[in-house]
Design a protein around this ligand. Structure first.
Ligand SMILES: Nc1ncnc2c1ncn2[C@@H]1O[C@H](COP(=O)(O)OP(=O)(O)OP(=O)(O)O)[C@@H](O)[C@H]1O
Length: 354
């Protein structure tokens, strides 16, 4: 990593670093609030003879958390590397806050923080030494670095861990240090390639909470994953890609309506008093409600998952059917997990379950 030209990622992972940049002679012009955080326009990329991206097209609005989802080999990492200026677009254009990733590479780099899917850490360093190293690489003056490091450790819920050695950290903690690293230059846009991969459920939830807090600070978060359900609760919008093409790009609500009529609702019942068992045949009773196609117990949270086709039977009739059974209903809400079904329809490859 060069100090004068802070890399936004592990340079070793770059295939073709964009080098024909034009150094800005004056500070970049202010960004209009309506300018898209990311614009990908008819982006194509071929590795030797293998076409990885074919006229990929989508926009990311500023301030949103935007999921980038696709099966293995769909082209997510290639797209991310082009957005973060580690590779040049062969065809098409990419702009970050209105700035071209080839012609305005310095301005783009100063506005982004990229966390690759695999990144090497200096395992013998303490957390503070590691972040201080990257702070220096980003050109932060020595006297301000400690304050910045304190801030990014707070943001990533790592305060008090600055003296821990990186080699002793769990995978979840290591990911947080990686996130702290990309926050060092206070980027407006975070590009995160599969940040939740390999994390246990608790670490995933904690990571998602941190990303929500970063959104609350006005940052735009672009996050890739194989797993749509992992992002559904987090994201405002999602782009689904398969075999290098965009299959869907829009809000989660638009994705829901683009999906087939099949939906899953989670019904939560007031638990029986004094540890008494749930009513017998509960599953069969729910299954017997007209229009219900599948019933199963929710594994992660309390409640039962009921699947039905809302184009065939209105949601309120299903709820009416549950209440008519005399069950003490305390919750009835749509499960975003059935987005997986939309994903399966939109992609040929399918989704890897968490
Ligand atoms: N350096 C490379 N040389 C040749 N082919 C490559 C190279 N990098 C990626 N590819 C191929 O390009 C396609 C897109 O790969 P990419 O890594 O962008 O997909 P991805 O969606 O990130 O996949 P994954 O989720 O598995 O990381 C894949 O078929 C992949 O094998």
């Amino acid at each position: 990593m060069s100090v004068a030209e802070p890399a936004v990622a592990d340079p070793a992972s770059a295939d073709t670093v964009a080098t024909d940049s034009v150094a800005p002679s004056s500070p970049p012009a202010p960004i209009a609030s309506e300018t898209a955080a990311i614009e990908v326009v008819r982006l194509s990329h071929t590795y030797k003879k293998h076409r990885a991206l074919q006229r990929m097209e989508f926009n990311v609005a500023p301030g949103e958390i935007h999921g980038f989802v696709g099966p293995n080999g769909a082209g997510k990492t290639t797209t991310l590397k082009i957005i973060c200026t580690l590779m040049k677009p062969q065809q098409g254009a990419v702009r970050v806050f209105g700035r071209d990733v080839v012609r305005q590479v310095h301005a783009v780099r100063s506005s982004i923080g990229f966390m690759p899917d695999h990144f090497s850490m200096y395992r013998q360093m303490s957390v503070h030494e590691y972040l201080d190293f990257f702070g220096a690489a980003y050109g932060l003056p020595t006297k301000t670095r400690d304050g910045v490091i304190k801030n990014v450790l707070e943001l990533t819920d790592m305060d008090g861990r600055q003296d821990d050695l990186i080699k002793g950290l769990s995978r979840g903690m290591t990911q947080r240090v990686g996130l702290a690293r990309v926050l060092i230059n206070d980027p407006s846009l975070l590009l995160l390639d599969e940040p939740a991969s390999g994390l246990d459920p608790r670490a995933r939830i904690e990571l998602m909470d941190i990303l929500r807090a970063l959104k609350g600070m006005g940052k735009t978060v672009f996050i890739s994953s194989h797993i749509l359900s992992e992002l559904a609760e987090l994201c405002d919008a999602v782009t689904i890609v398969d075999r290098g093409t965009t299959k869907f790009s829009g809000s989660i609500d638009e994705l829901l309506s683009a999906a087939a009529g099949l939906v899953t609702y989670r019904v939560v019942l007031d638990p029986p008093r004094d540890g008494a068992p749930e009513p017998e045949n509960l599953s069969d009773d729910l299954q017997a409600i007209p229009g219900v196609t599948e019933v199963r117990k929710c594994e992660e949270r309390p409640g039962w998952l009921m699947t039905f086709d809302r184009d065939v039977i209105p949601v309120n009739e299903i709820l009416g059917g549950v209440i008519a059974l005399g069950l003490p209903v305390v919750g009835f809400a749509e499960e975003k997990k059935h987005l997986n079904r939309a994903f399966m329809e939109l992609t040929a490859g399918g989704v890897r379950e968490a």
